[in-house]
Write a protein that binds this ligand. Structure first.
Ligand code: NAI
Ligand code: 15L
Length: 264
């Protein structure tokens, strides 16, 4: 176990649900939080309901934890007011609580939509400037910068994991490049939690896919080695989808359909 009490926010969501069992091996006690129902606390689990937009609730959620996996928040494009509350204020409240309570390491679920306006014909790495494809991606870019401030000033280490597409299987041709299996997500988080020196690091959350737009060579110190690949789904995905219209922005840009979502 790398940590005693590990907090998982967004625990009722798609990835939170996938991580709930998997993260038990990474801690003694797993504290689960969300606004949505989390059912009964299992063995070695604690449940703390909290709205990320409330500083008080977030403070109580964080107290007593020694590391955080922050999955909570709005996970798709949405009106700015909603993003402001859940993602922008939410991540600020989280880091303020972490600072007050001495939490020293955080894994932040960032997103590939921080760089959604790079082209699918480009390979980018962590030091390319952000090119968010909407308010959602912009809120994740804010979270990454906020995490950098709290590292530089307070020594709180963060892995900003720019998750590609983490689902049971890749749903379309774009996701052949962006897919991250749940097991690789867990491997990546485990590596972020246990590497001796994390610092403030940006890493793309992807499996070992043959087609990729992202270069993780600047995050070698994390020690993440993916074991899954979208390649095994390639034939089936090609068979059930048609060739993309190359004039469609969703086929041109890495963010896919997110580059066209909104305005609200
Ligand atoms: P999800 O939408 O299924 O789960 C997000 C959870 O956050 C939900 O259970 C929701 O109730 C909770 N939440 C929303 N607003 C909240 C608030 N104000 N206070 C407390 N809880 C709140 O999303 P998913 O797919 O599980 O993603 C988890 C994280 O990973 C998100 O931060 C998302 O942006 C990020 N991510 C996910 C990707 C994916 O492929 N699944 C890709 C890129 C990023
Ligand atoms: C995301 O950031 C979303 O949370 C997720 O629902 C997917 O749409 C993913 O990106 C993607 O780009 O496929």
């Amino acid at each position: 176990n790398t940590h005693h009490r590990l907090l998982l926010t967004g625990a009722a969501g798609g990835l939170g649900t996938a991580l709930r069992d998997r993260l038990k091996g990474n801690c003694t006690v797993l504290r689960l939080s969300d606004t949505a129902d989390l059912g009964e606390a299992g063995a070695d689990e604690e449940i703390v309901q909290a709205d990320l937009s409330s500083a008080e609730e977030v403070d109580a959620m964080v107290e007593g934890c020694d590391a955080i996996v922050h999955m909570g928040g709005i996970s798709v494009e949405a009106p700015f007011g909603a993003i402001l509350q859940a993602n922008i204020l939410g991540v600020y409240h989280l880091y303020e609580a972490a600072r007050r309570h001495g939490v020293k390491r955080i894994v932040f679920a960032s997103s590939n939509h921080v760089t959604g306006f790079y082209k699918q014909s480009e390979t980018i790495h962590a030091e390319h400037p952000p090119r968010p494809d909407g308010f959602y991606g912009l809120s994740k870019a804010f979270g990454e910068d906020l995490a950098r401030l709290y590292f530089d000033r307070h020594g709180i280490e963060t892995a900003c994991v720019r998750i590609g597409s983490s689902f049971v299987e890749p749903k379309d041709r774009r996701m052949l490049a962006t897919w991250l299996s749940f097991d690789d997500l867990h491997r990546l988080i485990g590596a972020c939690l246990s590497t001796p020196v994390l610092g403030h690091t940006i890493v793309f959350g992807m499996s070992d896919n043959a087609v990729t737009w992202w270069d993780n060579s600047r995050a070698r110190h994390i020690g993440y080695v993916p074991r899954d690949s979208s390649d095994v789904f390639r034939e089936a995905v090609f068979a059930r989808t048609s060739a993309p219209d190359l004039n469609d922005p969703a086929a041109i840009y890495q963010g896919g359909a997110f580059v066209k979502a909104g305005p609200f």
